[in-house]
Design a protein around this ligand. Structure first.
Ligand code: SAH
Ligand code: SF4
Ligand code: F3S
Length: 444
């Protein structure tokens, strides 16, 4: 049996796509292995959100080229967002890449692979957009207990820093029937939690123009028997309606967790990023969430050093972060991307924020984010408080310790009761609180 190794970079969307590739490859009898040096087929599923993400792909490909020199029959495939952006150019520069495909034609992997093997010719196929009907593919899960479920592809926003709309295309929701079938099958296979995925998941169903929404999707899948928890990722503040917040509060299986990237806490910066909301709207959204679910997890992404961001605007963002009190934030220095307005502004010396300033701002914001995460952690998960945890597996650091998450998304490591197993819901009493995780033990 031939075997394959997949390296997955980037976000959950790519993780879900890699599971589809494994599903497709299993139909050709490929077996997944975890040693690239022994693989017949090496796939790198790439990200291009920042230059650093693209660089990771290039250095990985360089290493694989060396492997291929030793084992010339090894095939190398390039997929994902960087492939969609410039796969053809990359293959020209790195002719040892055998197969290139993008985010819109993942389902073509088996045909491209067979064609490469049959003809000996290099393959490169990129679609400009998704096919009219999104092809359903087999999936081989990389997780147990919790699973990713794609519900909407693409993004209709045009944030001025972002390359995602170029490489993932316009929004396309997946039919409710397919989603439901997938979740029913997951539950039959023993999964307990699903995370509904989309670059802009809060726009789910709007393209159907029939009143379908993320809220109605949540209601629709809620009663699937055996399913314990439902999450969704990533939301956009523009589409977080009162109805959605009320639905999350009302439905017991839907976890009180909101990852809603804010990007900046300053109105002028938000306007120039084309985020289509103001600070005030975001704060009202948070107030609404907390009025119904006081301990909801609220997390966000922020970019520092966007072209034109003044020191004062940056400090406004810091003040906003403090005021809102996020449970955690993913932060990044602005990185210019091809064919975006931001990349043009970055060339203007009056607008570009210097590398030194970007560096200073990220250090400052990260310290603040940690401080606030710790405060929130102590407030929401005080020592001796009790929380419902879904056991996901063993802790990565210590195999004697279980790991899982609270409903609000906080990582929890804990000990106790050897009869318990991944997939069980347990009550855990907190013993220790850190900014990013809590520790405790199971109580009966
Ligand atoms: N659709 C989501 C997430 C998009 S990508 C949203 O709307 O928020 C994930 C994160 O990468 C973004 O939230 C943003 O913070 C960051 N990001 C996107 N483009 C970037 C760029 N050019 N430079 C730095 N960070 C970027
Ligand atoms: Fe990018 Fe903005 Fe779309 Fe998010 S909403 S994927 S940041 S364009
Ligand atoms: Fe990266 Fe593509 Fe996700 S650019 S962040 S892998 S959608």
């Amino acid at each position: 049996m031939p075997n394959c190794y997949i390296e997955t970079l980037g976000c959950q969307m790519n993780k879900a796509d890699s599971e589809r590739m494994l599903g497709l490859l299993s139909e050709l009898d490929y077996k997944e292995i975890d040693k690239p040096e022994e693989a017949d087929l090496l796939i790198i599923n790439t990200c291009t959100i920042r230059e650093g993400a693209a660089d990771k792909a290039y250095s990985n490909l360089g290493r694989w080229n060396k492997l291929k020199e030793q084992r010339p029959n090894t095939l190398i495939a390039l997929s994902g967002c960087l492939a969609q952006e410039k796969g053809q150019q990359i293959q020209k520069k790195m002719p040892y890449i055998d197969i290139v495909f993008g985010t819109h034609n993942l389902h073509r992997l088996p045909d491209l692979l067979l064609e490469r093997i049959k003809s000996g010719e290099k393959q490169c196929e990129l679609y400009e957009k998704l096919p009219e009907e999104i092809p359903e593919t087999p999936i081989i899960r990389q997780t147990t207990v919790t699973a990713w479920v794609n519900v909407i592809l693409g993004c209709n926003f045009n944030c001025t820093y972002c390359i995602v709309p170029q490489v993932r295309g316009r929004e396309k929701s997946r039919s409710l029937d397919f989603i439901k079938q997938e979740i029913e099958k997951l539950v039959a296979d023993g999964f307990k939690e699903v995370t509904l995925l989309g670059q802009n998941v809060t726009a789910y169903g709007l393209d159907f123009n029939d009143n379908t929404s993320l809220a109605s999707l949540l209601r629709n899948i809620h009663d699937i028997e055996g399913l314990e928890r439902i999450r969704f990722l990533t939301g956009h503040p523009h589409h977080v309606t009162d109805e959605l917040i009320e639905t999350v509060a009302e439905l017991p299986k839907v976890c009180e967790y909101f990852h809603i990237p804010m990007q900046a806490g300053d109105d002028e910066t938000l306007r120039r990023m084309a985020r289509v909301y103001k600070v005030d709207k975001y704060i009202k959204m948070v107030e609404k969430i907390r009025s119904l679910m006081p301990n909801a997890g609220i997390t966000s992404d922020f970019i520092v050093g966007f072209p034109g961001e003044t020191e004062e605007q940056f400090l406004n963002t810091c003040k906003t972060i403090e005021k809102i009190g996020f449970d955690s934030c993913i932060t990044a220095m602005y990185s210019p991307r091809t064919n975006t307005p931001g990349a043009k502004w970055e060339l203007d010396p009056n607008l570009k924020v210097s590398a030194d300033k970007k560096q200073a701002r990220i250090v400052h914001i990260n310290a603040l984010v940690t401080e606030i995460a710790e405060k929130q952690s102590r407030k929401k998960y005080p020592v001796n408080s009790i929380h419902e945890i879904l056991i996901e597996g063993r802790s990565q650091r210590n195999s004697a310790v279980w790991s899982g998450r609270t409903r609000s998304g906080k990582v929890c490591n804990f000990i106790g009761n050897p009869d318990k197993k991944p997939g069980d819901l347990v009550k855990v009493k907190v013993e220790e609180v850190n900014p990013w995780a809590i520790k405790g033990h199971i109580i009966e």
